[in-house]
Ligand binder design. Sequence first.
Ligand code: G3P
Length: 492
Amino acid sequence: MSRPVILAIDQGTTNTKALLVAADGSVLQSRSRAMRVHYPQPGWAEQSASDIWEAVAALIAELVAAAPGIPIAGLAISNQRETIVLWDARTGRPLAPAAIWQCGRSASRCAALRTAGLEHEIVARSGLSIDPLFPAAKIALLLDAVPGARERAARGEIRCGTIDSWLLWNLTGGGVHATDHSNASRTQLFNLDTLDWDAELARIFDVPMAILPKIVPSDGTFGTIAPDVTALPGGVPVQALLGDSHAALYAHGISEPGRVKATIGTGSSLMAATPGRVRSSRGLSSTIAWSRRDGSVQHALEGNISVSGHAVAFATSLLGLADGAALTALAQQVPDSGGVTFIPALAGLGAPHWQAGARGTISGMTLATRPAHVARATIEAVALQIGDVLDAIAADLDHSIAALSIDGGAARNDLLAQMLADLTGRTILRPTIAEASAMGVAMLAAAASGIEMRAGDPVATRFDPAMPTHDRNRIKRNWRHAVAGAIAQATG
Ligand SMILES: O=P(O)(O)OC[C@H](O)CO
């Protein structure tokens, strides 16, 4: 009998990817599609939920056509997290564009909750700081903004979910409204201790619990694909759902203390697996990495950076360059940033600062500043933000961190990887895992069927710190001042 092949989807903010993964971890086929993000108002960010579903369906069709006769045992989905969709239960039509994780529309509602003194209660229950990144406050805003939505929700006519849930609903022809623990734990409506939706959080955020999906283990039974909905035959099971960062952690195989991974995408997510819930005193999130059908739950500590690889895209366009490679080449023309510091708080500052109102700044310029210095400062900023979160994780875990494993699109950039080593003073490990998030969720799905899938060499390329300590300290000092300046502007 042929070994099973898994069709793994990674639905990200910038790209949707689809892979056919064999039981030995080899990628038989892969396809990708660029996604559009809309910024209808300053601080807002939206995507078309219909476009997201259509991209997934189109990529499934391309893979099926590219590999005729290959039996697909199941689907596994990793996804951008914290992005929220509301849709009509009968027609399946979205009520509004998806409010994506970068969308800051709920900033004033979040500020009001903080002013009301609810931060402690919310963090104690959800493990997450109050920030517009998390969907709870945005769900309430969407319900308030769409005429009649609250009444329809009360009549059971509205469904709500993160992208995994939206895709599952469509794949099952509207048959299944579910999510997994990893995605649920990012909504700020999930209680990390009871491992279920939290009625008090729902009350605080004014979200009717009836619109929320059922929570299923990440490798659980999510249902089967409905006939005539995709190019796959009806009956193919959806075998695993995982948030993208969680899936990457799984692919890295990180479970011991002292090892951390960074997924460097549009934003960045640093995550360390922890034996149980860690209560952060440094603004990090406690979260569920994944859950299994045997009832086990893996906890994790996470720091989210809102604008990371996106900072490179932003600076590329600001400097009128063709692409990120051109920006990197420009950055390599100078030995340092010439004292320029770029704080890419373009959608506020995430962990460990959580300043939703912070805005981007470029400081330290003189008449000698050239575009190359700004380019170099941009790549340094990606590394320095990651360094700040890494230090916070080390302090929260009270454990030294000698190495950081990296993945995600921007991780392929050698200059960034070396800067990470130089500016964090730690070894950077870059595995050969192709598409860590898609591979991670495929591996989880395979493991549930008793198949141990391997995802490549976990330490294929190594970058060691080479920068003199006094240079590192000088750059970090400038960075800290500039971060404090961006925060002071937001709060002053
Ligand atoms: O779209 P990505 O890959 O940058 O991932 C987004 C994150 O999941 C947001 O938390």
